[in-house]
Design a protein around this ligand. Structure first.
Ligand SMILES: Nc1ncnc2c1ncn2[C@@H]1O[C@H](COP(=O)(O)OP(=O)(O)OP(=O)(O)O)[C@@H](O)[C@H]1O
Ligand SMILES: [Mg+2]
Length: 438
């Protein structure tokens, strides 16, 4: 059984805490109410004692917003997050709370609030915080490319903790990059309640057709008026998933792709940075296969890379190219942050996963491990033709995506096994030495 999320409920008085908040929480078995605080003194003294993963607090319990902000900022010490409920008189403080995205996972006005939805919001906030805590990679950063060869601007370093910035890439075309990126994003956000932002950066953006989204708004909003507000306004929502698409207008796409300097205020890199507001556990980037800033900036921004390949000769060559190009293009991703996803695998495949790794390792001096093997499944294309998320129609894709999640988010096993029956808990990374032939 997965470990329940611990929640502390706080508000001004018995009425608010016991009648408004409590009932919905009691009926959600993913959450455990660790305690209640019905006045400020109790909240102040009990918060550091309980160390709840999520605090749900009606702001009226505090003498003022500053005191509450002060108190909840201390929750960073144990990676706790808080949901703030603002009573009618206190809505002016919304901005101040929203400015602390690391600790404040949401601000809601009590007026018109459906208290029955609070547990789901608390669960999502807590799971997102848990996922963010897991280290991206403990590995040391690979030696930088030799001077003159490196393309990644000096000063940029992959970030190793916090939000996972996952680039999904293939140089082959049609390998399943968009399918995997979208499946991963949907599974995390919608089925596992982990705050996730998907960037669909192909030309045209695959998410529009696959997930029934629009081409407007798009990254163009940011390009024209760089800033946090414009990148926020570019977000489209699909159930619990946030998505930003590349512009569908070729001229706009070309213009954005001409801003090579990552430090330029309207670069793609700047757009990715502006979108990272501290509230996401995962940012997933579906990259195009051409080596333009549409591929390169997300690659510099990423701290994890998934290379998607079919078990074919052409994709073996494409993967080899990707791996040797990374260094030349200036990516400083450590090897430990790079994984393969073998997709569209079937009985008839030219290579087994093991042979594919063998071939790669004999061409280079290493091979990334395989994070997942995804079988060929006609249901995937059928779902995409109907414009519904493919993971809702393909168990094979769901299984593969969950293998990826268990590798990229170590510690999520509990949550995964809770929502997946046939999880046998086995590690799914295939590392080279285990597969030496002969
Ligand atoms: N596991 C799978 N089984 C069967 N079909 C698949 C599988 N994965 C992807 N496909 C199909 O392969 C095609 C290409 O997939 P997708 O668009 O995700 O690839 P891509 O790498 O993003 O391609 P592009 O180079 O055009 O960006 C689609 O028709 C998709 O339905
Ligand atoms: Mg694609």
């Amino acid at each position: 059984m997965a470990q329940k999320l611990s929640v502390l409920l706080a508000g001004p008085g018995h009425e608010v805490v016991n009648y408004q908040m409590m009932p919905a929480f009691l009926s959600d078995n993913r959450l455990a109410v660790a305690g209640q605080a019905m006045n400020w003194d109790v909240l102040k003294s009990q918060l550091p004692v309980y160390k709840p993963e999520v605090l749900v607090v009606q702001a009226g319990v505090a003498p003022g917003p500053d005191e509450l902000i002060n108190l909840v900022s201390g929750m960073q010490a144990w990676n706790g997050v808080t949901l703030v409920l603002l009573p009618p008189g206190a809505t002016g403080a919304r901005g101040a709370f929203e400015n602390m995205p690391g600790v404040v996972a949401g601000v809601h006005s009590t007026e018109g609030l459906n208290f029955g939805e609070l547990p789901a919001l608390a669960y999502s906030a807590g799971e997102t915080a848990r996922a963010r805590l897991m280290k991206v990679s403990a590995a040391p950063v690979m030696a930088a490319a030799p001077a003159g060869v490196g393309y990644m601007p000096p000063g940029l370093q992959p970030v190793l903790t916090g939000t996972k910035r996952i680039a999904v890439l293939s140089h082959a075309g049609g390998a399943g990059v968009s399918t995997v990126a979208e499946g991963l994003a949907y599974e995390l956000a919608v089925r596992l309640s982990i705050r996730t932002l998907l960037f669909s950066l192909g030309m045209p953006a695959a998410a529009a057709s696959h997930l029934r989204l629009r081409y407007i708004p798009s990254m163009t909003e940011f390009f024209e008026r760089p800033g946090r507000a414009s990148i926020q306004s570019a977000i489209q929502r699909l159930e619990g998933l946030d998505v930003i698409v590349a512009p569908d207008n070729s001229l706009e796409y070309l213009r954005m792709g001409q801003v090579v300097d990552t430090a330029a205020p309207n670069s793609i890199y700047a757009g990715l940075t502006a979108a990272e507001d501290g509230s996401y556990a995962a940012m997933i980037m579906d990259l195009p296969g051409a080596e333009t800033p549409w591929m390169l900036h997300p690659l510099y921004f990423a701290n994890q890379l998934l290379i998607v390949a079919r078990p074919t000769m052409a994709d073996l060559f494409a993967t080899r190219h990707t791996l040797s190009a990374l260094n030349i293009l200036g990516s400083k991703l450590p090897r430990e942050s790079i994984y393969l996803v073998l997709n569209q695998v079937s009985e008839a495949s030219a290579f087994t996963p093991r042979q594919f790794l063998e071939e790669l390792a004999s061409a280079l001096d290493w091979s990334p491990p395989i994070a997942a093997v995804i079988e060929h499944d006609p249901n995937i294309l059928a779902a995409q033709n109907q414009r519904v998320p493919a993971v809702t129609r393909s168990e094979k894709l769901t299984r593969g995506v969950r293998q990826i999640i268990s590798n990229l988010f170590p510690g999520m096993e509990n949550t995964l096994s809770q929502t997946q029956e046939n999880n046998n808990g086995s590690k799914s990374v295939f590392r080279m030495p285990k597969f030496r032939l002969g």
